[in-house]
Design a protein around this ligand. Sequence first.
Ligand code: AMP
Length: 143
Amino acid sequence: MTVKTILARKGTDVVTIDPAATVAAATTLLNERGIGAVVVTGTEGRTIGIVSERDIVKALGARGAGVLDVPVSEIMTRKVVTCAQHDTIGELMQTMTEGKFRHVPVVEQDRLVGIVSIGDVVKSRLEQMEQESNALRDYIRTA
Ligand code: AMP
C-alpha cells in the first residue's frame, strides 16, 4: 500500500496559510478545519514551513498569550520533511517515527498534492489488517 492509496480515499485537499498570518489565525484555522497542522506557503504556493498544534502549545508555553499576535513564520518549522505518492505506508511510518512528527505533506514535482497524518496511516493499516485477516479466515474455511 502506498501514499497514493491514502490520498485516493481522503482527497488531495491541503489546508495552507500565509507566513504573515498570525498565530491566532492559525489556531482558528486548525480548530475550524478539525486538523492538527497547516502547511505554510509562500509565493507561487511553495511550501516554506509547517505549523502544528505542538508548535502553538510550545510557543504559548514559552512566550505567553502575546505570541498569538505574531506571524506564524516566527514559530513554524522551516525544514519540512515531505514524501512522494509512490512511497509505501511502511516508509511513511518510519519517517514519522524517526522525525517525531505526525504530519507529512505529499509533494510531486515541487507541487503540494496532499498531506497524510498519523491518523490516516493508522486507519489504512487497520483496514489492511482487517482485509488480511478476512482473507485468512476465508482460506481456512475453504481449505
Ligand atoms: P506534529 O507531531 O505533526 O504535531 O509536529 C511535531 C513537530 O514537528 C512540530 O514542531 C511541527 O512543526 C514539526 N513537523 C510536523 N510535521 C513535519 C514535517 N512533515 N516535517 C518537519 N517537521 C514537521
